[in-house]
Write a new protein. Structure first.
Length: 638
């Protein structure tokens, strides 16, 4: 379904200068001083100033952001850094990541030349956090965004790009196929980022997979390999790609697919993916939109794997500017954009924040807080300003956890889901008030590690309740009883304006009202709005543990899975351990902290609960307090 007129978008008055807004009419305008990609980013050490409009809800400050944005330092983009940052700020974003394409010119020139512009933009727009990143070509044409924070951002990104990017001079592919060697090199690249963090070269780093199903290049086993290799670095994927204006009809738009998802399988594609995977559904990637699909198959394993949404902004729909000097191959960047007398209706992008938003529930306004929240999954995404805020909690007895938390309760406890959603209170940037007309509760069982690394189904995941919320404004309050906590499970939400619904790919018993496949060349993004939350992290219900006044457990359910290095959340999800207590007075361990098990996990009983005592080790990782080979009391100490 589409409008009979193009959506409204701000137009440019030409290349802007610091201190002048480029768009003419926006109400928030203010004066302000082809490989497979992945994004890597870094942030400055300057002190950011929080935005006054960041929405507090449920004890957190919800910061809206976008982690996939291009500038004139990409060979297919055009805007300056300050242009993207000013627009993101004006459209309500609190954080963003500049992720220009990795390639030979960027490694030699762009990664260094863009940094002073990032630093200037951070100073000019102090209430928006600006990370430096990279759209990493794992192999042509597969890309994932990666980013780092704080000092040494340029040197780390430059070395990473030179050693691990898959595009060489003039855009030629240096690693174009999915060979075991190329797949192993990608994992080595993730290890490089992790080592840069543990070695304190950068404060932090993350990677999310971009437009994962667009060309069928990200195979299930590769996604699992990234996550398993470095779970603190590879944390998720785009649930909804950018380029959301690309599906507007050719009469007044690009005439492509939303997100430019208009492809067919190629020799580089994973052969197991169905043809349906090459299209979007309500603007969301097939991996995310399919209930019981690839995303759910990862969650059913107990893997913490989160989704995001972004603009992938290169050139904005209906903008009245064009590239300046186009000698990119020599300079490594385009000249500043200049005025164009005709709005360009063939551009497929929106400005950051104009349509797509990723909301993170932070405890403070800082670079570190944004990355920490993206890692723990306290994140929800929306299109077209569909929702202003939400507070979601799982409750069991006298315990409750928010989005991004892990519920710990005794087997058999009754569990409920509490949902509070603040609907849109003002028109969106297409100048209408969006209406949330439907909310779905999706539940899946945690069944353990996959037997097939290329599997992409979760048959025990389905929509368990749909709420008609039409006509409700301001605050929607819902409660859903999830029943007894007898098996491990996860739960997530999605919601819609309800304009385009149909039976999901898994059938009516799994998903009776799924987003409909977007029509290539006739997909108005403003007439099909959705939100998605990340799941309450998978948590296997702890079994009944016989009371023990003292002592430690050697044999307990799940101990066989506690080997190697795990996130604390994974350790809890895979075993009967109820919590990890960190010594030195720091209390319960954060779920996203890595714990090196040393293949020796011996929790102790504490009032009927299994509690693992841990202590800090090198690289801000945890280790069990009990060592596998303690020094004998009569050893020769010299």
């Amino acid at each position: 379904m589409s409008n009979d007129h193009p959506p409204t978008t701000p137009t440019s008055t030409g290349a802007s200068t610091t201190g002048r807004c480029r768009h003419r009419w926006t109400r928030r305008c203010r004066t302000m001083p082809s490989p497979r990609p992945s994004s890597v980013a870094a942030a400055s050490c300057s002190a950011p100033q929080p935005r006054s409009h960041a929405i507090p809800e449920g004890g957190y400050r919800w910061l809206a952001g976008d982690h996939h944005i291009h500038t004139q330092f990409s060979p297919d983009a055009m805007y300056r850094v300050i242009d993207q940052v000013q627009h993101a700020n004006a459209y309500g974003l609190d954080w963003l990541v500049i992720t220009d394409h990795g390639r030979d010119q960027h490694a030699r020139i762009g990664v260094e030349k863009v940094n002073p512009e990032l630093v200037q933009a951070r100073r000019a727009v102090a209430d928006t956090l600006v990370f430096q990143g990279l759209e990493w070509n794992i192999r042509r044409p597969s890309t994932e965004p990666s980013w780092c924070t704080r000092a040494n951002e340029v040197s780390v990104l430059k070395q990473f790009e030179v050693d691990y990017d898959g595009v060489g001079p003039n855009g030629t592919a240096t690693r174009s196929t999915s060979t075991p060697e190329n797949e192993a090199l990608a994992v080595t690249g993730l290890h490089f980022l992790a080592d840069a963090v543990s070695g304190k070269r950068v404060r932090d780093a993350l990677m999310l997979a971009n437009h994962p199903a667009r060309k069928g290049l990200d195979s299930p086993h590769e996604i699992r390999a990234w996550r398993d290799a470095e779970p603190r670095i590879a944390v998720g994927m785009e649930g909804a790609p950018g380029h959301q204006a690309a599906g507007l009809p050719e009469a007044y738009g690009p005439g492509s697919g939303r997100g430019y998802y208009d492809n067919s399988p190629s020799p580089s594609s994973f052969p197991g993916y169905p043809l349906e995977s090459y299209r979007t559904y309500g603007g969301f990637d097939w991996m995310t939109s399919t209930v019981g699909g690839l995303w759910d198959s990862l969650l059913a394993e107990g893997k913490a794997w989160w989704i995001s949404a972004n603009s992938d902004s290169h050139s904005v729909y209906a903008d009245t500017s064009m590239r300046g000097d186009e000698n990119f191959s020599t300079n490594g960047f385009f000249g500043d954009p200049v005025y164009s007398p005709q709005p360009n209706l063939k551009n497929g992008d929106f400005w950051p924040g104009y349509y797509s938003r990723t909301h993170v529930g932070a405890t403070d306004f800082s670079y570190a807080a944004v990355l920490a929240v993206l890692r723990t999954g306290r994140v929800w995404v929306d299109h077209g300003g569909l929702v202003d805020a939400m507070n979601i909690r799982l409750r069991a007895g006298d315990q409750e956890v928010p989005l991004g938390g892990v519920l710990t309760a005794k087997r058999g406890t009754q569990v409920s889901l509490s949902i509070r959603i603040r609907t849109a209170q003002r028109p969106n940037w297409s100048q209408f008030m969006p209406q949330l007309n439907k909310v779905d509760v999706i539940r899946g069982d945690v069944t353990g590690p996959a037997t097939d690394p290329d599997g992409f189904t979760a048959p025990r995941t389905r929509v368990v309740r749909s709420y008609d919320t039409s006509g409700q404004t301001n605050l929607i309050v819902l409660t859903y009883a999830l029943g007894r906590l007898d098996t491990g499970f996860y739960v997530r939400l999605r919601g819609s304006d309800g304009k385009r619904l149909g039976v999901g790919l898994g059938g009516a018993s799994v998903d009776p009202a799924n987003p409909v496949q977007d029509v290539v060349g006739d997909a108005d993004p403003w007439q099909d709005l959705w939100f998605y939350t990340n799941p309450m992290p998978p948590r296997r219900a702890p079994p009944r543990t016989p009371p023990a006044p003292a002592g430690r457990a050697v044999h307990f359910p799940g101990v066989e899975h506690l080997v190697g290095t795990l996130l604390v959340g994974q350790l809890l999800a895979r075993s009967a351990v109820d919590r990890v207590h960190v010594l030195e007075g720091t209390g319960e361990a954060d779920l996203a902290v890595l714990l090196v098990t040393r293949d020796h996990v011996r929790p102790g009983y504490d009032r009927g609960h299994l509690v693992l005592a841990a202590e800090w080790a090198a690289g801000r990782t945890l280790v069990p307090f009990e060592t596998p080979t303690p020094t004998p009391c009569c050893a020769d100490h010299g």
